[in-house]
Write a protein that binds this ligand. Structure first.
Ligand SMILES: Nc1ncnc2c1ncn2[C@@H]1O[C@H](COP(=O)(O)OP(=O)(O)OP(=O)(O)O)[C@@H](O)[C@H]1O
Ligand SMILES: [Mg+2]
Length: 423
């Protein structure tokens, strides 16, 4: 191919997004922020200055203490019942669809500025399952994403499974045929595809061949890094704020506020007047006053995302070290807490089991023997979680593990697909 492609590939991720555009002699991923190819999927509505910013800048303004509202894990709204609802921003109602549109529109604008041209055709990635065990809701999630893409000016949009995007990227590096399990574990979902990849097959796909016979199966489950954050938060951090403590009557404290704070896309729900009134009521009858004082401080200072970021960082640290130290001084002067890898593993055991069951089901459905798979290609940030990677590798003891570009392979592969589909 010696012409730049007419369309781009868009990996709208739960945590990070990328845009790929295939053109000769230049990197495929377009720089979206500060020269970097990823734009964190975050929006901050700055109430002090009545401005809106995106990506790393959104996280930085929030952490700098500006008044306003931070939104992260926007993609988790797709396929949830929240998508048709709204939130309040700058004193006005903002529909969640419009929130997603503002982020996806920003991706388009930045990609176009970088490419020096406009894109009205795109291949969007999608998880194998937006919603587990509900076909209608899953279809609606893709339809909603297509409508939002049209709303921001894409005239022609089609979809490809995210792990197949990663496969098309990995295939570019192959010298011989391999049977590969692609394991893409991102912020929101764990997605798997089983494919035959080779340079020869890649060439055939240029001749608008859809590769159906090379695909042995797809499977996915709605579990990703944000679920690991939630589990770690509930198990190891929320108890420091009163979760699972008792009222004077002996009953356990209501847990909903702890679940809201531990879940990225519901953190702002903990800041409503109703939530504050509920907390006052609980406080009167609670025995764990020290812990609830921390909770009240967190909520009144709107530090929910700050805490979630500390937990996420601890999770990331635990991929490389046996323990991770949290500095919680925004909740109480001098408060710290150490989490061990063993605690993290215990907190996430059921999640890891469910992901492993998804892989095992895929292999069974494909009718393959475990020793027939040559390679496991890991991509997505959460594929770095050691206990998860070990469990997936244990499903395929004969396969070698390859670590891809954890953040870029899907956007780059979707660009390959966009060139194939749209020229
Ligand atoms: N070294 C690491 N160890 C563990 N987790 C990590 C590491 N680096 C990043 N993560 C986690 O990976 C997730 C983000 O991965 P990625 O950017 O691939 O997701 P995404 O593509 O936005 O999400 P999805 O594909 O599910 O929509 C976050 O939950 C992040 O905390
Ligand atoms: Mg992803």
């Amino acid at each position: 191919m010696d012409q730049p492609a007419r369309a781009c590939g868009i990996d709208f991720g739960t945590s990070n997004s990328t845009v790929g555009w295939l053109r000769p002699g230049a990197p495929t991923l377009l720089a979206l922020e500060d020269g970097k190819p990823t734009l964190p999927s975050a929006v901050f509505f700055n109430a002090d200055e009545e401005t809106t910013c995106f990506g790393r800048a959104a996280l930085a303004e929030y952490l700098d203490g500006y008044e306003g509202r931070l939104m992260r894990a926007l993609k988790s709204l797709l396929g949830s019942s929240l998508i048709d609802g709204q939130t309040e921003v700058h004193g006005r109602a903002l529909g969640f669809r419009d929130l997603l549109a503002s982020f996806i529109g920003e991706l388009k604008t930045r990609a176009e500025a970088q490419a020096g041209r406009s894109f009205d055709r795109a291949v969007f990635g999608r998880p194998v399952r937006f919603v587990d065990d509900d076909e209608a809701a899953d279809r609606k999630a893709q339809q909603t994403l297509a409508e939002i893409a049209a709303q921001v000016g894409f005239r022609d949009v089609s979809f490809q499974f995210e792990p197949i995007g990663a496969a098309l990227h990995y295939e570019l590096s192959l010298a011989r045929e391999e049977l590969v399990l692609i394991a893409d574990i991102g912020g929101g979902t764990a997605d798997f595809s089983l494919l035959r990849l080779s340079p020869e097959r890649a060439r055939r796909s240029d001749e608008s061949h859809d590769r159906r016979e090379d695909l042995l199966g797809n499977a996915g489950v709605h579990i990703g890094g944000t679920d690991f954050d939630r589990a770690l938060s509930l198990e190891c951090v929320m108890p420091l704020l009163g979760y699972r403590s008792r009222m004077k009557s002996g009953a356990e404290l209501p847990s909903s506020i702890f679940f809201q704070l531990a879940t990225w896309h519901t953190i702002n729900f903990a800041y409503t007047r109703q939530a504050w009134a509920d907390l006052q009521n609980i406080y009167r009858d609670a025995s764990a006053r020290t812990e609830l004082d921390r909770l009240a401080k967190l909520i009144s200072a709107r530090e929910g995302h700050w805490l979630a970021l500390q937990v996420e960082q601890a999770k990331i640290d635990l991929s490389a070290a046996p323990t991770a130290a949290l500095n919680l001084d925004r909740l109480e002067a001098g408060l710290g807490h150490t989490i061990t890898g063993a605690e993290f593993t215990a907190a996430t055991e059921t999640l890891v089991d469910r992901v492993a069951a998804c892989v095992s089901g895929l292999l069974n459905d494909a009718g393959l023997r475990r020793d027939q798979v040559d390679t496991i290609y890991f991509t997505g940030g959460a594929s770095a979680v050691p206990q998860l990677r070990a469990r997936i590798a244990a499903e395929l003891p004969a396969a070698r593990s390859v670590e891809g570009d954890l953040y870029g392979s899907i956007g780059a592969g979707l660009a390959v697909e966009a060139a194939r589909r749209y020229g």
